[in-house]
Design a binder for this molecule. Structure first.
Ligand code: HEM
Length: 472
């Protein structure tokens, strides 16, 4: 039946491949090569109808580089592709990879927890950590280039841990803990598995030392979250009669606390899986967007000056954290952040399972059930068809309302699209805005370039996020 699948999708171009493994060669080699190959696939797609097909071993994938087909896939295919199965031992049925039936029920329960009003309660925690970040950065002020991502990641970890489970990790002061090391090890092994086809079959993976290492480190991270869930459940049950709404007693409720006593009676294991999924999906993504935006502001001094002037207008010379009202006024900064997410799409590819036949109106091809659909957000964000001839140039004002009216709704999808999009997108945006606001009011930034990129699930610059800062 691969013959039948091949025939059904005969209209689509296919890059040259090898027998048996098909196009899997495209994903072999270093991570920089993977990106080059992805770019070649994207340009092959552009020369045709914005889609190509790839055989990865026995499985057929359709790679999509146009907004119209991306919209159809992201609206209709809500089940994650089987490539995410490697996350299963770690994240179980957590929202990020939850199978469709369970996902529908749990997403509905989690939505109010990530509502604008609910996450705005976390602004004091965000500003407090942004303040620590600004102080930590002082050691780099007036010196040469340095990689800013490490500082930002420590800050977003502190924010995400405190808001999701009420744990004050203080990563910004003590970045090296057994839990964080274990977490990093698991991520490194998973990344290898995603991109190295020979590590994908369990049989082969289990022959490597990675298998044991992964198991031990997953157990360590599970134990950490299990303990938090157990303690918070106990506290919740003790206080149950006293507290009723989010801010009772003046204390802010964490994501975890908001999940107790809901319509769906989450088990402790389910809570652990959701909380782990949230801290994994929400941390590096947010940190990367901030780091790319700082480089872009360092390159484009005129944009930085405009961002600074806007801050002066809103918060004057104060060093206080940004309030909800302040954030709403940061329109230029918001356009800069969007342009940063467009050019450096930190989640560059999204893979979904096609569980029922669907027709792609742009490529004019019917995808049979059983194939995988890969949405190339990075490719769509840089496509001249969607963004015009200067698609590769930095121009925040392309996000002015009057210049956005004719754009396809799925031409800009940094948080994916449709009902399985990012549940934390508003939370992510307020963290990003608030942290950049604090940094830019204190430091002037310089940077040369982002340079060549690589894909390790997320998008990274090969030489790191190099910037120079000086106190204003
Ligand atoms: C700028 C920062 C962020 C970016 C670029 C981003 C991007 C994404 C994308 C592209 C997806 C969908 C993946 C797919 O369709 O397969 C997603 C899902 C998700 N994100 Fe985010 N995210 C960000 C911040 C956050 C934050 C702050 C949180 C929570 C604290 C979060 C939690 C999640 C969760 C739980 C999902 C799974 C949703 C579901 O399947 O229903 N993300 N994110």
């Amino acid at each position: 039946s691969s013959w039948k699948l091949d025939k059904l999708t005969a209209k689509l171009p296919v890059p040259p491949g090898l027998p048996i493994i098909g196009n899997a060669m495209l994903f072999i080699g270093n991570t920089e090569n993977i990106l080059k190959n992805l770019e070649n696939i994207a340009s092959l797609a552009m020369r045709h109808e914005g889609a190509v097909k790839l055989w990865l071993g026995p499985k057929l994938y359709i790679a999509i580089g146009n907004a119209e087909d991306a919209q159809v896939v992201l609206e209709n295919c809500l089940e994650k592709d089987s490539v995410y199965r490697f996350l299963r031992p770690w994240l179980g049925q957590g929202l990020f990879i939850a199978p469709l039936g369970l996902w529908k029920i749990h997403r509905r329960e989690l939505l109010p927890v990530f509502h604008n009003k609910a996450v705005e309660e976390y602004l004091p925690i965000i500003s407090e950590q942004a303040d620590v970040l600004v102080k930590n950065l002082a050691e780099q002020s007036g010196k040469g280039e340095f990689d800013v991502l490490r500082y930002i990641t420590a800050c977003t970890l502190d924010i995400v841990f405190e808001t999701s489970m009420g744990e004050r990790m203080d990563v910004q002061h003590s970045p090296d803990t057994p839990y964080l090391r274990a977490r990093h090890t698991v991520m490194t092994i998973l990344n290898k598995r995603f991109f190295k086809v020979w590590l994908q079959p369990d049989l082969l993976f289990n022959l490597t030392p990675y298998a044991k290492q992964q198991k031990e480190n997953i157990e360590l991270t599970h134990k950490f979250t299990d303990d938090v869930v157990k303690n918070r459940r106990l506290q919740y049950e003790t206080n149950q009669n006293k507290e009723t709404n989010q801010q009772s007693g003046g204390r802010i409720k964490t994501v975890l606390e908001m999940l107790f006593g809901r319509e769906v009676d989450f088990t402790d294991e389910q809570l652990r899986e959701h909380i782990d999924s949230i801290t994994i999906a929400g941390n590096d993504t947010t940190a990367l967007v901030i780091a790319y935006t700082l480089i872009l502001l360092g390159i484009h001094q005129d944009a930085q000056e405009k961002v600074f002037q806007e801050q002066q207008c809103i918060i004057q010379n104060s060093k206080r954290g940004a309030t909800k009202e302040d954030l709403l006024c940061m329109n230029y900064l918001e356009r800069v952040i969007k342009e940063s997410m467009r050019l450096y799409t930190v989640v560059p590819i999204i893979a979904r399972k096609v569980d029922k036949e669907i027709y792609l109106p742009h490529s004019k091809v019917t995808l049979p059930a059983g194939v995988g659909a890969v949405v190339g957000s990075f490719a769509i964000h840089r496509s001249v068809n969607e963004w015009g001839d200067n698609a590769n140039e930095f121009d925040p004002d392309r996000f002015l309302p009057e210049r956005s009216v004719d754009r396809h709704p799925a031409a800009f999808i940094p948080f994916s699209y449709g009902s399985r999009n990012c549940i934390g997108r508003y939370f992510g945006m307020i963290i990003i805005k608030s942290i950049i606001s604090s940094i830019i009011r204190t430091y002037k930034i310089e940077a040369n370039e982002v340079g060549p990129l690589k894909v390790e699930v997320l998008l990274f610059p090969i030489k790191g996020h190099q910037i120079k800062i000086t106190k204003r």
